[in-house]
Design a protein around this ligand. Structure first.
Ligand code: AVJ
Length: 354
């Protein structure tokens, strides 16, 4: 067995740190000049933020990860039987793999069933990819697992895959209700883009958090150990460090609440006192009144009918819904269906959402 080529990755796009900082600065300025103020949840995940998110997934109150684990454990075998094998080799593609803990459940099922597949995690960060691939190597050394990571954004990765590997079907994982950070409109835009890059017959497994008791949803984002508070505040720390700002990180409430009007948990940072913030990198100053909120995140929650509608608008066909025992979370399996896709839904969708 040639270990050398069993665990590997390819860099499609080098992360450009200067460009990333410039974009952060533009977004921070725009966000702090708006009313109400906002900062994007995409900036949570620097090294410290990713580590804090990892801790969140282990909290009792943060049921999402636990539920999805259960789903993959319970239904892994049937996913394997239904969507893999049948003589066609498959790319098991994962968007934003993180540490890949949940995915390992599936990898083990697939290896056991001896289906012809390779695992293709896609991540923009080369260091995260390195860590993931090394981790897999130490766990799966003695198996037949083939791992071929792609460093780049999702578009780079998927485009490269569809141009290179015509003989393989793609089965794409987008786990954890990451889609929940998008507005409905942007979720559809993103998924439609995905459907367009993929080929007819390719599949998507999409994790989505379902509507439930509003207090259960709220507590998941206002945990008793205050890890989510640190996660939220880390955004300000990051801005202090990368943009030479001087947010006083001790003077904030972390506040998260469920909004039934938009079916989302909204997270905010609320200043306890009047503050002047100096953004050193740009020389700009921003002031906050006492109790002024900065919006940092929406985590959308879904009804099954929402998900069916999103699939239709995205040009995908619902194959099945896989639930945990409580039906708190769902993994949807959708098939890319070009006949139904972009052309049909683009007009409908504009009426509905723009
Ligand atoms: C990674 C987007 C799924 O919204 O539940 C966790 C991020 N924010 N706690 C979510 C998060 C606060 C998480 N997602």
């Amino acid at each position: 067995m040639s270990l050398g080529c069993q665990f590997r990755y390819k860099v499609l796009r080098q992360e450009d740190a200067t460009e990333a900082t410039r974009q952060l600065e533009l977004d921070v300025i725009a966000g702090l000049q708006s009313q109400p103020k906002h900062l994007s949840s995409t900036y949570f995940y620097d090294q410290e933020g990713s580590a804090l998110y990892q801790q969140i997934t282990e909290l009792d109150e943060y049921y999402l990860t636990r539920c999805e684990f259960e789903i993959l454990k319970t239904h892994g075998k049937s996913i394997c039987d239904r969507y893999f094998g049948h003589g066609q080799p498959v790319n098991l593609v994962e968007l934003g793999a993180g540490d890949g803990r949940k995915t390992r459940v599936l990898l083990k099922e697939l290896l056991e069933a001896q289906v012809d597949f390779q695992y293709v995690p896609i991540d923009i960060s080369e260091s995260a990819m390195k860590e993931l691939v090394m981790g897999l190597k130490s766990e799966f050394q003695d198996s037949h697992l083939q791992c071929f990571g792609l460093v780049g954004d999702y578009k780079d990765g998927l485009q490269w895959l569809s141009s290179q590997q015509h003989f393989r079907k793609n089965f794409v994982l987008f786990l954890g209700s990451s889609i929940g950070n998008f507005t409905r409109e942007n979720a559809i835009r993103f998924l439609r883009g995905l459907a367009q890059i993929l080929r007819d017959g390719d599949e998507l497994l999409l994790g989505a958090d379902l509507l439930k008791d509003p207090m259960i949803m709220t507590r998941a984002y206002m945990d008793s150990k205050q890890v989510t508070r640190r996660f939220n505040l880390n955004l300000l720390k990051r801005i202090n460090r990368e943009l030479k700002a001087d947010f006083d990180c001790n003077e904030w409430y972390h506040y998260a609440f469920y909004r039934s009007d938009i079916q989302a948990v909204e997270s905010q940072l609320i200043s306890k006192v009047p503050q002047q913030v100096y953004l050193g990198s740009s020389g700009l100053r921003f002031s906050l009144e006492a109790f002024e909120p900065i919006h940092t995140e929406y985590s959308h929650k879904y009804l099954l009918q929402d998900l069916k509608q999103i699939a239709a608008y995205s040009g995908m066909q619902c194959c099945e819904f896989l639930f945990d025992e409580n039906k708190w979370f769902v993994d949807c399996i959708w098939k890319v269906d070009c006949h139904n896709s972009a052309s049909k839904s683009s007009n409908d969708q504009q009426h509905q959402y723009s």
